[in-house]
Write a protein that binds this ligand. Structure first.
Ligand SMILES: [Zn+2]
Length: 320
């Protein structure tokens, strides 16, 4: 299957492969198989060559220093290629997302800093909140979507382990059968425009609903950093789930594209942790073309279509 996150366009092929594998009499590809799926044969992505890699306390993750006081905590062994960020101030740190919950991100984070940690999530899809349960302080958006997801669930987590989803070894102490997003407790509610002072670094919360109702960006205005969550990352952008609101997404991208002249670095939550701010106005043009029906959709299977515009790919629910 060719499905690095968000190159996951062959879902039908995946479904077919699952069927074929399920009907084989002998053991085919388990998640722990050493047979590398195609998506991971294409790693590492070129962006990583320019980054300073630092040791990771848990081999499930790779850690990169992407800006002064900012670490990208990357999960290259699962096709979503999730990236969480540890953002340090003088007095405290924010962990922007906690990943899939397959490895132990707390072990990684506490080896990188002794500072107290506040968790914030780009949004509460399972692949970004997997280790939230391990942390005492969690800031959550004041939405029902967030509150529902904080109760945890198993289905989305289990789907992350479908055949071809894992590259290399799962952690030795990982139990695939019981893998689920564990419930977590939101200790503070946050809203658009709130700021968090880490000591020497202030993060602004920008509500950017669309991908989900609780999607946010974090803006470090002084250092010109914009953490874009799933609003933007290099790869097909997933906008097909029932909680996605395309009109809201366009408004949100309009808002963050306007920030581009003030930003030095965009830090996305999948695939590669750095991107050029010039991508944001281009993204806006691309999604506006899609919404203006100026682009032909291609069937992607499973009730989805893709639109490809100026190098951007959007995966959207097929019109009924
Ligand atoms: Zn998401």
């Amino acid at each position: 299957m060719l499905m690095s996150r968000r190159n996951k366009l062959s879902l039908m092929a995946l479904a077919l492969a699952v069927l074929i594998i399920a009907t084989l009499p002998v053991c085919a590809q388990s998640p722990n198989s050493n047979m590398a799926p195609d998506w991971c044969k294409q790693l590492p992505r070129p962006q990583y060559k320019t980054l300073e890699r630092v040791p990771s306390a848990d081999p499930w993750f790779e850690v990169y220093k992407v800006a002064p006081g900012v670490f990208a905590i990357y999960e290259p062994h699962q096709f979503e290629e999730v990236i969480s960020f540890l953002i340090l101030g003088d007095k405290r740190a924010v962990l922007f997302d906690t990943g899939l919950g397959i490895g132990d991100i707390k072990r990684v984070v506490t080896s990188l800093t002794p500072l107290p940690i506040t968790v914030m999530n780009s949004h509460t899809h399972n692949d970004h909140v997997g280790d939230n349960w391990e942390f005492d302080e969690i800031y959550g958006m004041d939405t029902d979507f967030t509150r529902t997801n904080a109760k945890g669930s198993a289905a989305d987590a289990q789907a992350e382990l479908a055949p071809g989803s894992v590259c290399g070894q799962l952690p030795a102490d990982f139990d695939a059968k019981s893998y689920a997003t564990r419930p977590f407790h939101i200790t503070h509610l946050i809203h658009d425009g709130d700021t968090v002072d880490l000591g020497g670094r202030v993060l602004e919360i920008i509500s950017t609903p669309g991908h989900t109702p609780d999607e946010i960006c974090l803006l470090d205005r002084k250092n010109g950093l914009l953490f874009t969550g799933d609003n933007f990352y290099p790869g097909p952008i997933w906008l097909y789930r029932p909680e996605t609101d395309l009109d809201a997404y366009v408004q949100s991208i309009t808002r963050i594209a306007a920030l581009a002249p003030k930003i030095h670095l965009v830090l996305p939550s999948h695939n590669a942790p750095i991107a050029d701010p010039s991508q944001l106005p281009k993204l806006l043009v691309a999604i506006e073309k899609v919404r203006g029906e100026a682009v032909e959709p291609f069937a992607a299977g499973n009730g989805k279509v893709t639109y490809t515009v100026n190098g951007f790919i959007f995966l959207i629910a097929a019109p009924k």
